[in-house]
Design a protein around this ligand. Structure first.
Ligand SMILES: CC(C)(COP(=O)(O)OP(=O)(O)OC[C@H]1O[C@@H](n2cnc3c(N)ncnc32)[C@H](O)[C@@H]1OP(=O)(O)O)[C@@H](O)C(=O)NCCC(=O)NCCS
Length: 172
């Protein structure tokens, strides 16, 4: 029902519209956004989902991953993830994440974090970061700060700040 494709520049306006619709005006106030400002998504880990046939075919979902430092070690932040409201609950979000996480692992990434609803992201292997272990660059409900190892043991001994990569921090 859904086809996942690599994001291309011409998808940009539709993605922005979907994110505005899904997250509303609070979109830019989130702590996760601090990690995106001046940063760039991993170009090989940006996806769009299409649904429909022929003239009905349209973009209905989007997901990107962002390079970050997790306790000084390279990692990824998953998100934003959004699916068109009429097509939610049909597996698009999970399909986007399964594709992205598999590609990220294949590319050698070892650790992924995100801020989101734990019961949903548990479906693709995320669990809660133990309280106090990692800090975000802004207030976050600790129960919503989640991680997933792509390589067993990648989270062992990791603690400290979640930050932008040094190159992105220097750019601002
Ligand atoms: C969250 C979102 C991406 C999920 O996409 P989706 O394509 O509807 O999700 P899927 O179809 O892959 O998964 C649906 C399943 O997850 C469950 N689910 C969806 N959101 C959930 C949540 N926040 N908490 C717990 N379970 C959730 C659904 O109940 C459904 O369960 P079922 O399979 O037992 O029926 C979509 O609802 C969305 O765009 N929401 C607005 C933006 C947003 O909140 N993004 C995530 C930021 S953390």
């Amino acid at each position: 029902m859904f086809e996942i494709e690599a994001e291309r520049p011409e998808h940009g306006p539709a993605i922005e519209a979907l994110l505005d619709l899904s997250f509303g005006p609070g979109r830019y106030a989130k702590a996760a956004q601090r990690l995106r400002e001046g940063n760039h998504p991993a170009p090989e880990l940006c996806y769009v989902a299409f649904a429909g046939e022929g003239a009905e075919r349209r973009m209905v979902g989007a997901l990107s991953f962002w390079p970050i430092l997790i306790g000084g070690k390279p990692g990824l932040m998953l998100g934003p993830l959004a699916v068109e409201p009429q097509l939610r609950g049909k597996g698009c979000g999970i399909k986007l994440m399964e594709k992205g996480l598999a590609d990220a692992k294949r590319l050698g990434h070892r650790l992924v974090i995100l801020v989101g609803d734990a019961p949903y992201y548990a479906r693709v292997g995320f669990g809660p970061v133990p309280p106090g272990r990692l800090t975000m660059p802004g207030p976050v409900d600790p129960a919503r700060l989640l991680y997933r190892e792509l390589d067993i043991g990648a989270f062992t001994g990791v603690k400290g700040a979640i930050e932008k990569p040094r190159s992105a921090a220097a750019a601002r």
